[in-house]
Design a protein around this ligand. Structure first.
Ligand SMILES: NCc1[nH]cc(CCC(=O)O)c1CC(=O)O
Length: 318
């Protein structure tokens, strides 16, 4: 990318989706890994199934539409590193690949972007709120049953542009994406997690490479170790273990938020009917700050929810 510097440094080929958000966050992550490993980053744009298909995301047939092509490029050796939005990455491990680093998370909250500076509580009855996410729809409906949910999709800019006279009164988007794109000016409320729990992994990135490149003292392994962030890894490990046990995908009506509070790892969960009629909440914590304890916490909360009948809800879509 920066041809004027050190032409003799080995090149790090980094796969990315072509959206503006993907290019921005991949560029930032790639520069950090490359700088720490003494490498020269080069972005390789890969067109994914999720960029090509149109229609509601919740009906596009399951998880991983964004990740599959990047993973194929890693396995084929055409790139050495893939940068994913963690919340779009399927939980099933891929033989031969490893999420070797999870950098420090951005703000995990969802953001309301409404006309006239309005908050969720201030929107008038009947106001139209756009989202393609069953998780967001369920929690908006639970908080404000009088609002109308409109199913939308498209990239962040497209969705923001729908907030216009005669169209939508508001949309809900991830605060992290808006920050990365420099569009935080559009945010009228950072929705508190007590009202809306984010998607598992929201705001975090997953840096994935071939398993044989993840360990040892090769430049890439050194670069990845330098950007890995333990607190974020613990939080997202608990969130993703929950999702795995619920057998829910990234488009499921499941919200969860893990974070350290003092010495404890705390996890909050919501599983909801997308129509807002049923909302199940759960919380738990562990005193052990290890990846294994984080995984156990997520699995345990999922088992408690399943025992209460959450399995039906977790597999519902809009
Ligand atoms: N499913 C789309 C998607 N995937 C990742 C982000 C950005 C947020 C993140 O990095 O978690 C977004 C946009 C959004 O949800 O508003």
């Amino acid at each position: 990318m920066t041809a004027e510097t050190a032409p003799d440094r080995p090149v790090l080929r980094v796969g990315t989706r072509g959206s503006q958000l993907a290019l921005t966050q991949t560029g930032t992550a790639a520069r950090a890994v490359a700088a720490a490993g003494g490498l020269e980053p080069e972005l390789v744009t890969i067109r994914t199934e999720g960029d090509v298909l149109t229609g509601p995301l919740s009906q596009m047939g399951g998880t991983g539409v964004f990740a599959t092509a990047l993973r194929a490029a890693l396995l084929a050796g055409s790139v050495d590193l893939a940068v994913h939005s963690l919340k779009d990455l399927p939980t099933a491990p891929v033989p031969g690949l490893e999420v070797a680093a999870v950098p420090e998370r951005e703000d995990p909250r969802d953001a309301l972007c409404a006309r006239d500076g309005l908050t969720l509580a201030q929107l008038p009855a009947g106001a139209k709120v756009g989202t393609g996410s069953p998780r967001r729809a369920a929690q908006v409906r639970a908080a404000r049953p009088d609002l109308e949910i409109v199913d939308i999709r498209g990239n962040v800019g497209t969705r923001l542009a729908r907030v216009a006279p005669g169209d939508l009164d508001a949309v809900v988007l991830a605060a992290s994406g808006l920050h990365r794109l420099g569009r935080q000016d559009a945010i009228t409320e950072l929705i508190d997690p007590s009202v809306m729990l984010p998607a598992p992994g929201q705001g975090a990135l997953a840096l994935e490479c071939r398993a044989e490149d993840a360990a040892g003292d090769a430049p890439l392994a050194i670069g990845l170790a330098a950007v890995d962030h333990l607190e974020t890894r613990l939080a997202v490990t608990a969130e993703r273990a929950l999702l795995t046990r619920l057998e829910a995908g990234c488009a499921a009506p499941v919200g969860t938020y893990g974070r350290l509070r003092g010495d404890e790892l705390v996890l909050d969960v919501v599983v909801a009917d997308p129509d807002g009629s049923q909302v199940m909440r759960r919380g738990g914590s562990t005193a052990h700050r290890t990846v294994d304890a984080a995984r156990d916490l997520g699995t345990r909360l999922a088992d408690e929810l399943l025992a209460d009948g959450a399995g039906r809800l977790a597999r519902l879509t809009l």
